[in-house]
Design a binder for this molecule. Structure first.
Ligand code: ADP
Ligand code: MG
Length: 403
């Protein structure tokens, strides 16, 4: 796999380099239709590769997506706020250009070290098309923007598990290199799968158990303990025969969860914070995990569970965490996530544990709850991509760089 360093060593001054970045940040809609970035972690993570190219004199054309537009331009998914923030972080103007004539003109006007950001790449339905020819045609247009001597740098780790035009197909049209972020992420995941030191503890949460069954199955043989919280723990609690009230429950996964529990490695919460409504103003109570009242829903793990999880984490040499322990976005249900995250930070500082956070919402929780980002060994920018890697799947956006 050729890397950013190889490209810079070849010399990029005056060349136009297309970079796929992951700038898919959470936005808050504010009143005048403008959006505000609520967490700029992914933009910051894209800066080192972009700066390295600029300093080497490249003309940089960045592609990225935002949200899930329905295959055409939608103002609320415009990358305009991202272009502004990226410009601040890079210390240069970032020109936002719509695909087509506008992009060709903006790229034509680039000088060495300049940056153009193409408008949300998913405004063109060919980006995510299942039709190979449509995708390939779009990729050729993107590659064509770079003119003679162009190159492609794949640095959007959050999308490397997607077979999409700006991630996968374009890497076949231009000399392709792995960016610094992609390389760093892959190195961490390799360490987690191939050389993880024991004891190895995995913490899983988030909303849907069905999203994470494959990774649970892949990780169980490799880990010593798998701590389960978040919305997904209720399907496991149901598999133990407990009533879960109105909590999230995936009935069709109960049998699978029962099988997984036979491993003896899965640790479930013993107490739960329940609420009579999914809101910050709801009435709440902390109850035993086998005593969730009818009509109430579990929205966080309780303090006894946090203490038990922290005990396991305190003895771990390797920790992988994906998925919040509760609805951390609402203050009454944030303590479980805060407590577990703090326990991981402590294990990292006190025992030198190698700790990795994966998942967009988990990474956002770290920052939203005011935990130190550098308290973890690594915070991954890619949720789905890191889970698929840990499941042992081949990631198309990485495989294409290895060809
Ligand atoms: P990540 O992005 O880190 O992979 P997920 O997307 O799987 O995480 O899940 C994050 C979401 O799970 C959060 O928005 C959070 O509110 C939600 N969640 C966590 N616990 C619960 C719960 N008990 N009930 C409902 N939703 C929950
Ligand atoms: Mg998520």
């Amino acid at each position: 796999m050729k890397t950013l360093d190889d490209l810079i060593a070849e010399g990029v001054a005056g060349r136009t380099v297309l970079v796929r970045a992951d700038l898919n940040v959470p936005l808050d809609a504010i009143e005048n239709g403008q959006s505000r970035i609520t967490d700029d972690g992914r933009i910051r993570a894209s800066v080192p590769t972009l700066s390295a190219l600029r300093w080497a004199g490249a003309r940089v054309v960045v592609t990225a997506h935002l949200g899930r537009p329905k295959g055409g331009p939608e103002p609320r998914y415009s990358l305009a706020p991202v272009a502004g923030r990226l410009g601040e972080l890079l210390g240069t103007d970032v020109v936002l250009a719509a695909h087509g004539d506008e992009a060709r003109a903006a790229v034509g006007a680039l000088t060495d070290g300049g940056v153009v950001l193409l408008e949300n790449i998913r405004f063109d339905p060919r980006e995510t098309s299942k039709n190979e020819d449509e995708r390939a045609a779009f990729a050729r247009e993107l590659a064509g923007l770079t003119g003679e001597n162009g190159a492609f740098v794949s640095d959007g780790f959050g999308v490397v598990h997607r077979k999409q035009a700006s991630v996968y197909d374009v890497a076949q049209d231009l000399p392709a290199y792995a960016g610094g972020l992609v390389l760093a992420e892959v190195e961490v995941l390799r360490r987690l799968t191939e050389t993880a030191q024991r004891p190895y503890a995995v913490v899983l949460g988030g909303s849907k158990v069905s999203d994470k069954l494959a990774v649970i199955e892949a990780l169980l043989p490799k880990v010593d303990a798998l701590l389960v919280g978040g919305g997904m723990c209720f399907t496991f609690l149901a598999a133990q025969g407990y009533g879960v009230g109105d909590s999230l429950l995936e009935r069709d996964q109960i049998d699978v969860c029962r099988k997984l529990l036979e491993s003896g490695k899965i640790v479930l919460p013993t107490d739960v914070v329940v609420a009579d409504d999914f809101s910050a103003e709801a009435n709440t109570r902390t109850v035993a995990a086998d005593a969730i009242p009818d009509g109430w829903k579990g929205l966080d793990i309780g303090p006894e569970s946090v203490a038990a999880f922290a005990e396991v984490l305190g003895g771990a040499a390797t920790v992988f965490w994906n998925g919040p322990m509760g609805v951390f976005e609402l203050a009454p249900f944030a303590e479980g996530t805060r407590g577990v995250a703090q326990a991981i930070v402590d294990a990292t500082a006190k025992n030198g544990a190698f700790s990795v956070v994966g998942g967009g919402d988990s990474a956002a929780a770290v920052r939203a709850l005011g935990l130190p980002e550098d308290g973890f060994s690594h915070i991954s920018t890619g949720g789905g991509a890191s889970l698929e890697y840990l499941e042992g799947k081949s990631l198309p956006g990485i495989a294409v760089l290895e060809q």
